[in-house]
Write a protein that binds this ligand. Sequence first.
Ligand SMILES: *[C@@H]1O[C@H](CO)[C@@H](O)[C@H](O)[C@H]1NC(C)=O
Ligand SMILES: *[C@@H]1O[C@H](CO)[C@@H](O)[C@H](O)[C@H]1NC(C)=O
Length: 175
Amino acid sequence: MTMRHRQALSCLALLFILVSSSASILDDTCKSVAARNKDISYNYCILFFQANNTSTTADKCGLVVIATKITRAEAASTRNRIDALMASGTDKKVNGCLSECRVHYTIALNWLEAAAKGIESGNLQDAEVTLRGVILGIDTCEEGFRKLGIKSLLAAEDATFTAGCSIALTITSML
Ligand SMILES: *[C@@H]1O[C@H](CO)[C@@H](O)[C@H](O)[C@H]1NC(C)=O
Ligand SMILES: *[C@@H]1O[C@H](CO)[C@@H](O)[C@H](O)[C@H]1NC(C)=O
């Protein structure tokens, strides 16, 4: 084997180690998230992070920031769905409920951004409180439908969004 071959091989080996070790940060983190969270499986966590391909090279802090980006995109699209539902809805009470949910998703958009800034500046405690607040807001949205005694029109969106926020919160608690 020539020197050049050897160098090429060791570069390849180094690249492999770099790639596989960063992939395993995501892997290890999702394993821990699943272990600490009865509602979230390892596979769910991996699929969640596939929404942003930079997650395979991110550290734990980076993963929380990415999680807030993914959930903010979900919140924005749920707000659009709420607008569409309200535009075609005729029941005043149901529209009132949707309107309250819209308020909580608007707050979530702001708070998720604040949480990401908190993580980046090392205010982990604040970020945790903020993420808990976001989750509570969506719970209040669901509570509205329960009080009306009807099936939530946002059940799927609320569940997906809450799971994403729980992933962000769980990783934050591990930092
Ligand atoms: C990630 O996705 C973006 C946009 O879809 C693409 O431009 C970029 O090349 C991808 N990066 C990697 C590392 O796959
Ligand atoms: C993916 O995450 C990175 C790092 O947080 C961010 O810069 C980028 O905007 C995200 N991509 C998308 C499509 O949200």
